[in-house]
Design a protein around this ligand. Sequence first.
Ligand SMILES: Cc1cc2nc3c(=O)[nH]c(=O)nc-3n(C[C@H](O)[C@H](O)[C@H](O)COP(=O)(O)OP(=O)(O)OC[C@H]3O[C@@H](n4cnc5c(N)ncnc54)[C@H](O)[C@@H]3O)c2cc1C
Length: 421
Amino acid sequence: MAFDLTPTTAQHDLARRAHEFAETVIRPVAADYDKRQEFPWPVLQEAAARGFYSPLFYRDLIGDPTGLSLPLFMEEIFWGCAGIGLAVVMPALALSAIGQAATPEQMLQWAPECFGTASDIKLAALAISEPEGGSDVRNLRTTAHRDGSDWVINGHKMWIGNGGIANVHVVNAVVDQELGHRGQALFIVPGGTPGLTMVRKLDKLGCRASHTAELKFDNVRVPAENLLGGQDRLEHKLSKAREVAEMATTGARRGGSATLGTFEQTRPMVAAQALGIARAALEYVTEYANRREAFGAPIINNQGIAFPLADLATRIDAARLLTWRASWMAATGVPFERGEGSMSKLASSEVAVATTERAIQTMGVGATSAIIRWRSGTGMPSSTPSSRAPARSSGSSSPTRWAPATGPRPCTSTSSPRGDR
Ligand SMILES: Cc1cc2nc3c(=O)[nH]c(=O)nc-3n(C[C@H](O)[C@H](O)[C@H](O)COP(=O)(O)OP(=O)(O)OC[C@H]3O[C@@H](n4cnc5c(N)ncnc54)[C@H](O)[C@@H]3O)c2cc1C
């Protein structure tokens, strides 16, 4: 299929419905949830009622052969609010990891558990990051060892969306220390499993309506069936990884890992989230600059105000094109040979930060009161701290530069030759 930028009727309809949901359901309550740092359960119920919170919805988005549906949806929801947006889409991150690693039977069993229904909302979490290893997935220290018919998980996870309150935790753990990040596997840990504890819910500067937590795994026991992909596939993967490790000692090219594969796959998704934040901030500040008068004229009449906003509008469009391209490549199975997934996230997350910072600069003291009004429900729709979230999640910006910087690599699943995200 050729890369075509013309949205279909169904994609137009999806974007319109998502925008309407963001404008009429998310935005009116966003400031309140942000201020109180509360989880937006009613918004998730409404999302489920409208068909935006279910595994079948994401199956359709991911199954769209043009790749455009997923970024169109993400951009609109995050245009509404980055924190509530994270809460709404977090299970999709876990689902993506399950989709990459699970057997079809495991997918059928766990995908519904990640979302529940409008009358019985469930949550899912993807637990990768640790205090000692965020970007550097080689440094993850959570371990899993086989004990009879169980796996026993021990470790410490950090910054986990829905962590501790999720019905399903997809947890990565090292099963073979010598193989580094290639010796890791993904496990399903249901909420409430003995030994899984939420140490604390983290207090955040932005995205405060989403729940982010620190978790401890203390002899957490899960049945062998909870190893995603199953034992045979794990053995196969480990033996391939040993071959690759041997090749690496002889200077041959190195391969990838399931964890890194998940990040490269989800990067266009995070990129689209950043675009929603950037667009919301640009719209807000443009409207402000047209309305605000200084020295007898709207401040937008000054080139010093207008041109940077024009540059940002251009950068947002450019980032959107990179995002749609990466999403199209993922949907059509075109390999990310030059780190195109990382490029899309890099460009989008950086422009989200640049736009919110420019908005604050442009608005002068108005920005301070707008943020205060935002906290009280009427002001700026996207604050600077939230804009930094996409630059941090699924790998922060600097490590994300490795994939584009290191040139052609013939696979879809490796984000970095160094083993960082
Ligand atoms: C809102 C939010 C939600 C999140 N949700 C989840 C979640 O659900 N599950 C999960 O597992 N994780 C989650 N995270 C964690 C996130 O994925 C990590 O924060 C991210 O991978 C970065 O890791 P780190 O914070 O340890 O940064 P570090 O790796 O410690 O990086 C610190 C700084 O050093 C820079 N840096 C690192 N390596 C290099 C390098 N090689 N070259 C140059 N500079 C470098 C980085 O750019 C950054 O500025 C979330 C984070 C946020 C902000």
